[in-house]
Design a protein around this ligand. Sequence first.
Ligand SMILES: [Zn+2]
Length: 157
Amino acid sequence: MAECPYCQPAEHPLFEDEEVKIVLSPEPIVPGHVLVLPKQHFTILEQVPDKLIGKIFGLANKASNALFETLKAQGTNLFIRNGVAAGQSVAHFAVHVLPRKENDGVNLQWQPRQLSEEEMATVELKLKEKPIPPQEQVKSQPIEENYLWRSWNRRPG
Ligand SMILES: [Zn+2]
């Protein structure tokens, strides 16, 4: 994946080991917007091994701490854009960590909706039809069957 920007060696990593790197986002929403990236190319969260997910989130937590201490953030957002429909613009899994301050003008447009009781009941029933599976089942699902993965392959260009 030579064309993947997140697979390129980082010029000024904030952290790097054999599996993970932390870099400043090339498209920051706020100053101090960092990305926690697996070095291996994974497109979506579902492809990343559980052990590595644990490590990536541990490091995202440490990056968040650093933003509080060094940039005097008043809050942080940890954010994953998982799939094209979720706004993912680079086909390489990343955890975004955003330092936040009150009235910083960032608009993540989190707008709760009022659902009817019927809508809530329908979605709950659907989710319970297929229980959230134990890890063995997650791993046995071929990634090509995953709708998020297919959404990348459907993209134009
Ligand atoms: Zn990549």
